[in-house]
Design a protein around this ligand. Structure first.
Ligand SMILES: Nc1ncnc2c1ncn2[C@@H]1O[C@H](COP(=O)(O)OP(=O)(O)OP(=O)(O)O)[C@@H](O)[C@H]1O
Length: 292
């Protein structure tokens, strides 16, 4: 199911939570949706899932608007950070309701994951810890086998072991049953190897949409003698500079940054992580710089 965002704006009063966003998402890829707190990620995911209408512009899924469109929403599953499950229902009842909503629902997947996350289906939702609620949300998202599955920071309260279980089962499910997965997370280093493409937002705007590979290849961290670093970085797009143990460290982003060329200046050079890039690119002091 192809997703198109065409000049989409979502405003709350005078606040543009999402501001004039345009992009296309292809079918069956894993997208990382990144940005700092308040960047507009949740608002965008709610728009994509058809939970709200844009104030301007349009979201199209397979050429149709998802809002109030059951024909599409049966194939779009959004798992929120705060799941707000109906209280006093048992886990098995919540899963039953979800299974009725999503036509591709897999009970085999749901039951396997109950076991993986050690959840007793007889437990009532008001007895669940935050981590157990997150596990239940993850089970619904994966067992829905919805063609578009969106996870909005789905790991709140999950310990590291459970989060890594989630990443493993997500990848396993994706390989067995390819679908479009959009994952919003602040724990970028933990999951960035899953992303095929990255969408980075800042203050409601799209900073860039790029393959994870290209993004990393366009980055470079050089370190060494201060003067050599300054000579090498002159005229290049420097995102961040610091001094560490008497050596200068500079992070850059742009076309044609060559490790070999940096070595000719006597510098140590390596690619940056997506998390580091996200942090530097979304710094408020970077004004209106666009990387797209
Ligand atoms: N219902 C609402 N009413 C008013 N303002 C809202 C509403 N929903 C979101 N906003 C504002 O829109 C902006 C974007 O919020 P959003 O929740 O989409 O960001 P986010 O990137 O998901 O943030 P976080 O990473 O902290 O979850 C924020 O400034 C937020 O205060």
């Amino acid at each position: 199911m192809k997703i198109e965002a065409k000049s989409v704006t979502k405003s709350f009063g005078t606040k543009h939570a999402v501001n004039n966003l345009s992009f296309d998402l292809e079918t069956n890829k894993i997208y990382g949706l990144l940005g700092r707190n308040g960047a507009g990620k949740t608002t965008l995911m709610q728009l994509l899932a058809g939970h709200t209408l844009p104030s301007n512009g349009e979201i199209l899924v397979n050429g149709e608007q998802p809002f109030n469109n059951r024909n599409l929403t049966k194939d779009i599953c959004l798992v929120n950070e705060s799941n707000n499950f109906i209280k006093r229902l048992r886990i098995k009842d919540i899963l039953k309701v979800a299974s009725l909503f999503y036509p591709n629902w897999s009970w085999e997947c749901a039951n396997d994951l109950l076991h993986t996350f050690n959840l007793n289906p007889k437990l009532k939702t008001n007895a669940l810890s935050k981590g157990m609620e997150s596990s239940l949300g993850i089970i619904i998202g994966l067992a829905s086998r919805a063609k578009i599955t969106i996870f909005d920071e789905p790991y709140i309260g999950l310990d590291a072991a459970a989060r890594f279980k989630f990443y493993d089962v997500l990848l396993e499910e994706y390989e067995k049953h390819p679908r479009t997965i959009i994952l919003s997370t602040h724990l970028i280093d933990e999951v960035s190897n899953l992303f095929e493409e990255v969408i980075l937002m800042r203050s409601g705007e799209l900073l860039f949409h790029e393959t994870a590979e290209k993004l990393v290849e366009a980055s470079m961290i050089v370190s060494g003698d201060r003067e050599a670093v300054d000579r090498f970085t002159k005229g290049k797009n420097v995102l961040h500079e610091s001094m560490l143990a008497g050596r200068k460290v500079a992070t850059m982003f742009g076309e044609g940054l060559s490790v070999e060329e940096a070595a000719d200046y006597g510098l140590h050079a390596e690619r940056s992580s997506i998390q580091q890039l996200m942090v530097y690119m979304t710094e408020e002091t970077r004004g209106g710089i666009k990387y797209a």
